[in-house]
Design a protein around this ligand. Structure first.
Ligand SMILES: C[S@@+](CC[C@H](N)C(=O)[O-])C[C@H]1O[C@@H](n2cnc3c(N)ncnc32)[C@H](O)[C@@H]1O
Length: 307
């Protein structure tokens, strides 16, 4: 085994120690799923049974910490996680948005993160509001419970439904007339369509609005990227984020043709882990054929949710 290979193996062992939830990738291989298998309900039960639960009321950071703990120790969660959460919190502190809309609320992690930061950054907290649009009613119910626990229910509204329809409804009901910060984190293939709904059809995004889209490089939202880059009314830039648990980063393809897929993150992960010569390496999702296969399978699961 080469020095590089031994280093990669030692690195993977270090990650397994830090993030035991990664072991499921090894154990379950192609059968590994990242959501909709009861882990979201188990997360809620974990939080309610947590030794710090009695201190969580009105304490967003303690709730986020417990959610991270669950993701590291028990089951991977498809939320933005600590690393990207920090990057976006800094952006919110700088932009001071009054109205933030997120597409894809899942179980409330990003909403709790953002709303807590919006309150800190706001000159007038009573003007601040976050709309969290989530397709899945069960996830939305869990999110609402955690948001209430965080003491943020007055400034966060979770709305169940498909993001485009919800945007139209909120606009027609005059609940939403403009968005300062727009976060796309639902389905990469819908980013372009739903961005156009907000920007062109409903005219919710005016000068100075910030639009953040997660996972645009890998697995990627090529049509969305092409679209925003081609518009003269949008300035576009890229920011590199880290996937947690696992501290996974996009890196060069170092897998071989003999690789076995161990983990292809649903649309949300930028990378997959491949098993080559008995240990794990990290490869970008699009450049690893077996990861793409898995991505298709998972993408179909997503579209079932949307039917
Ligand atoms: C990656 S998760 C969002 C994670 C969340 N932003 C966080 O970081 O805590 C994506 C979510 O989008 C939801 N979703 C999928 N299609 C959607 C749609 N068309 N409209 C709204 N939500 C959708 C899924 O049910 C899932 O909960």
């Amino acid at each position: 085994m080469s020095d590089n290979d031994s280093q990669a193996q030692a690195e993977w062992q270090r990650k397994l120690q830090l993030y035991p939830s990664l072991k499921k990738f090894e154990e379950q291989g192609d059968d590994f799923v990242e959501s909709h298998d009861g882990r979201e309900e188990r997360l809620l039960a974990f939080i309610k049974a947590h030794p710090s639960f009695s201190s969580m009321q009105g304490n967003p950071s303690l709730i986020l910490k417990a959610m991270d703990e669950y993701a590291y120790q028990q089951d991977f969660l498809i939320n933005i996680g600590e690393g990207k959460g920090r990057i976006l919190s800094d952006l919110i502190a700088k932009q001071k948005p009054k109205v933030l809309v997120e597409l894809g609320g899942y179980v409330g992690y990003s909403a709790i993160h953002f709303a807590g930061q919006m309150l800190k950054a706001a000159n007038n907290p009573s003007e601040v509001h976050l709309w969290s649009l989530e397709f899945d009613a069960n996830f939305a119910a869990i999110a609402s419970e955690l948001i209430a626990l965080a003491g943020l229910k007055d400034i966060v509204t979770v709305v169940v439904g498909s993001a485009d329809e919800t945007l139209r409804k909120l606009k027609s009901e005059r609940k939403l007339s403009s968005i300062d910060f727009f976060f796309l984190d639902h389905v990469e293939d819908l980013y372009e369509q739903d961005f156009k709904v907000a920007m062109d059809e409903l005219k919710l995004l005016g000068p100075g609005a910030v639009v953040v889209a997660d996972n645009v490089v890998r697995p990627g939202a090529p049509k969305y990227r092409e679209h925003v880059r081609s518009r003269s009314d949008v300035k576009s830039e890229g920011v590199k984020g880290l996937i947690m648990p696992g501290e996974l980063e996009v890196g060069p393809v170092i897998s071989s043709g003999r690789s076995t897929l161990m983990f292809a993150g649903r649309a949300r992960s930028h990378v997959c882990l491949v098993k080559a010569q008995g240990f794990y390496r990290i490869a970008p999702l699009r450049e690893e054929p077996r990861c793409d296969q898995n991505r298709d399978r998972i993408a179909k699961t997503e579209s079932v949710g949307m039917a």
